[in-house]
Design a protein around this ligand. Structure first.
Ligand code: ATP
Length: 263
């Protein structure tokens, strides 16, 4: 399988704190990959480093092109997108306008701009994105009239409208109840089936374990495990990182509550 996104030895140091320690991670075409770990493990730092929002060492590759020294907007132009923890929609704009801000217009001017800027991942039409996410019937509504789950779908939609082909999602299920979280999971699977690759960072273990193809686990900036949801659920290293040594438990099992786990 071709790698959509790959990092080799990605590290971030904040003063004396090695927040990310040589992380090797890959996401294939059409793959939904989870990145989990206790609070402070380095998940957001990883997304910041991959998308160019914080200084890092190591290498970042998108579709076999090295983007290690590229600026954030150049990475966006190559189809590498992200969402932000706790991001809000533009309150005074309709859902359609929020999606258009992502870049989904197809004018002659936008085509010329793509030629001039060397953009390789053009924006997608708002109607395509809203069809894919099942939000066509709310395009004329204001954000204040939406459920929390609908807002999260629109947030993902903004990044897709901007032309993301590999998209890093930072805690998209935060604040959702379990029904909304399940709905979000189904939406993410549709996005992946449509050809976009996703990195999902979230504390909702039910969501991550049920929708991801593979999962990486970070602890203190290092990858301590990688595997299928079943492998991660039963990994002694992961159980210890979340719960302390207790090899009778499983991550995400009925007796464990790992959401927002603190070290
Ligand atoms: N801008 C920053 N400056 C200095 N230290 C930072 C900065 N951002 C994060 N850190 C530190 O880097 C480490 C990793 O933090 P990060 O936010 O990436 O963890 P996380 O896994 O996303 O946590 P959470 O699940 O709580 O969001 C922590 O020790 C944190 O205090």
């Amino acid at each position: 399988m071709t790698d959509r996104l790959r990092t080799d030895g990605l590290s971030v140091r904040y003063g004396g704190n090695l927040a990310l320690d040589s992380v090797d991670l890959r996401i294939g075409e059409g793959e939904l990959v989870g990145l989990i770990g206790p609070n402070g493990a380095g998940k957001t730092t990883y997304i910041d480093a991959v998308t160019g929002f914080t200084k890092s060492t190591g290498q970042v590759w998108v579709d076999e092109e090295e983007l290690t020294s590229s600026k954030p907007h150049q990475r966006v132009n190559r189809g590498l997108g992200r969402t932000w923890q706790g991001a809000e929609l533009y309150a005074d704009l309709t859902v359609r306008e929020n999606l258009e801000v992502g870049g989904g217009s197809h004018s002659l001017f936008s085509l010329l701009r793509e030629v001039v800027t060397g953009r390789q991942s053009p924006p997608r039409a708002v109607d395509d994105v809203s069809d894919l996410l099942g939000i066509t019937d709310i395009l004329d509504r204001q954000p204040e009239d939406l459920s929390q789950g609908q807002r999260k779908s629109v947030d993902v939609g903004r990044a897709l409208a901007a032309g993301s082909r590999v998209l890093c999602l930072d805690e998209p299920a935060a604040g959702l109840d379990s029904a909304e979280s399940q709905q979000l999971g189904a939406t993410l699977r549709q996005v992946v089936a449509d050809g976009t690759s996703l990195l999902l960072v979230d504390h909702d273990m039910g969501l991550v374990l049920s929708v991801c193809d593979r999962i990486y686990v970070l602890d203190l900036g290092r990858v301590i495990a990688e595997g299928t949801p079943d492998e991660i659920r039963n990994s002694p290293a992961v159980i210890e990182a979340y719960l302390g040594a207790d090899d009778t438990a499983t991550v995400g099992g009925p007796d464990t509550n790992v959401e927002g786990a603190e070290r």
